[in-house]
Design a protein. Structure first.
Lengths: 58, 261, 226
């Protein structure tokens, strides 16, 4: 009962780490300011979607 | 304006095979629909309507691939003649969008006409204004609220992915945008559009027709042979879709201007 | 000064395309850009055309960033392709609609002198497509012509025609920067020779000076890079 939400949280943290690394690569991988803003926007919304249920769990 | 005219001509020359193929496929859909002769008017009507819906969805997919060929142009450096020209970036995006939307509109009007034929075959004789709704207003509504933002999104996706071509991060960019877009729409309430789509208002009409054909009691009034298709007056959806398309075109134009390679 | 690269470095991730390069391009000069494959020639030319942005340093053409003066630049890339459906007539129509400085009369003369066939690009040989692209590029009245390997994959007879066309269209107030591996054929054309090695400038000399010293561009190239 206690383990299930804990595992879910670890999965969410792992997803966030992967997303953070992808965003880091994308930020450095282009010289286009618009592409940087877009990648930040998309990564940010995905991160929010991952974090939101986690916040409810808390 | 000469620049836009030239770019539209280029788009026509480059994509006319796709356009003719798609519009020509209307003959195929008509043939398929006419071949459906199931027992029961309601079954026949339902199946024919489903095929027309599928035909519209296929049209959207085909046109998405048509505008998505920008990716191949960039990959083969065919776009450089356009990229290095002094024509502003938004005209390059708008010309591709206008051509594809024009082809989509003709295709959708064809499907609307086919729908009218299907209704008349089912025994529903529509009034002149309802025919206009079916043949002109519904297709235009579908094009503005569905096709236009979809194609603008595809162009943005191609240009966004291309911004990472030199660093070989194209696939990460594609995954992030494809996953991020529905989430972005969710949190910005833009997906709220589908709560107001015209199918909501047309559904009672079709149900009514089924009930009348099956001899069951109906809520509708008037002659059984006359059915009014509810009007398409969803200004909020139209304005929302146009604004969304405008935003996507603006971003795609910025990416075009900032393109490296 | 027509164009200038000021202490320019271009990095591709961890790889260095160009390193701390400074170069001035005055008006009315034909510059031969030489170097082995991977020496940074294409990177330099793309930076000048505004197709790449420098990681460090500044690039300017007519005192502006290259992207702001695109109408004054002609870039002919080595890998550029032509739409396969496009024939010389379509290409002329496209160019005249996109570039205000495109001269249709000059284009027709170039098509003739370069012996470009009238069929669509998809049915042309590689060399014919290069000649069509060259006619499209040289028919513009730009300030700076940036030509990346215009002689690549071209037979000897056609090389001669191409070089003659480049010389024939050149105006005294315009400059040409041209990269090529066909040094022997092109060296008579150059006013100045710039040699790159591993992204750095190793030689910047006037061709006339080399000739006065009794050295050919080719022998200098082999000596410096060899």
């Amino acid at each position: 009962m206690i383990l299930a939400p804990a595992l879910l949280s670890i999965m969410q943290i792992l997803l966030l780490v992967v997303l953070g690394y992808a965003e880091y690569r994308l930020w450095r991988g282009t010289s286009s300011p618009t592409a940087r803003i877009l990648s930040l926007l998309f990564s940010g919304t995905i991160a929010w979607a991952i974090i939101r249920p986690f916040m409810f769990t808390l | 304006m000469k620049g836009l005219h030239t770019l539209l001509w280029r788009e026509y020359r480059s994509s006319r095979g796709w356009a003719i193929g798609l519009i020509g496929s209307l003959g195929l859909w008509t043939w398929i629909v006419s071949m459906i002769n199931n027992e029961g008017v309601e079954n026949r009507l339902a199946l024919r309507s489903l095929i027309i819906t599928v035909a519209f969805a296929i049209g959207v997919i085909v046109l998405s691939f048509m505008v998505g060929r920008l990716h191949t142009e960039i990959k083969h450096d065919e776009h450089r003649t356009l990229l290095l020209s002094p024509i502003p970036g938004y005209l390059h995006i708008v010309s591709r969008l206008v051509f594809a939307v024009g082809v989509g509109l003709i295709y959708a009007i064809g499907l609307g006409t086919l729908t009218w034929w299907v209704f008349s075959q089912a025994g529903a004789h529509l009034g002149a204004s309802s025919i206009m709704q079916l043949v002109a207003a519904f297709p235009a509504f579908g094009i503005v609220t569905l096709l236009m933002p979809t194609l603008a999104w595809v162009l943005l996706l191609v240009l966004f992915a291309n911004a990472y071509r030199l660093s070989h991060l194209t696939w990460i960019a594609v995954i992030v945008m494809c996953a991020g877009t529905p989430v972005s729409l969710l949190y910005r309430g833009i997906n709220g559009l589908d709560h107001h789509l015209p199918v909501w208002t047309t559904a009672p009409g079709i149900t009514d027709l089924f009930n009348r054909l099956a001899g069951m009691p109906t809520q509708g009034e008037g002659s059984m042979l006359t059915m009014a298709v509810p009007g398409v007056v969803h200004y909020g959806d139209i304005v929302g879709a146009v604004l969304l398309t405008g935003l996507l075109v603006f971003l795609a134009a910025r990416l075009w201007e900032e393109m490296e390679g | 000064m027509l164009a200038m690269l000021d202490d320019v470095t271009k990095l591709y991730g961890k790889n260095c395309g160009l390193s701390n390069l400074t170069l001035d391009i005055p008006e009315g000069q034909v510059i031969g850009l030489l170097g082995v494959n991977g020496s940074g020639k294409t990177t330099l030319l793309k930076l000048l055309a505004g197709l790449l942005l420098p990681t460090r340093g500044q690039v300017s053409v007519l005192g502006e960033p290259p992207r702001r003066v695109r109408s004054k630049l002609v870039f002919l890339g080595e890998t550029d392709a032509i739409y396969r459906w496009m024939g010389p007539t379509d290409a002329g129509y496209l160019m005249s609609g996109l570039y205000p400085d495109f001269c249709p009369q000059r284009y027709l003369a170039l098509l003739d002198s370069l012996q470009v066939p009238t069929r669509r690009a998809g049915a042309m040989s590689k060399g014919e497509r290069v000649r069509l692209r060259l006619a499209m590029a040289l028919a513009r009245e730009a300030a700076l012509y940036i030509l990346d390997e215009p002689l690549g994959g071209i037979d000897l007879a056609a090389r001669e025609r191409i070089l003659q066309s480049i010389v024939g269209q050149w105006r005294a107030d315009a400059s040409i920067i041209l990269s090529t591996h066909a040094i022997a054929e092109a060296e008579g054309l150059f006013d100045r020779v710039v040699l790159l090695k591993q992204g750095s400038l190793v030689l910047d000399a006037l061709a006339e000076e080399l000739r006065e010293r009794g050295e050919s561009v080719k022998s200098t190239f082999l000596e410096v890079l060899g």
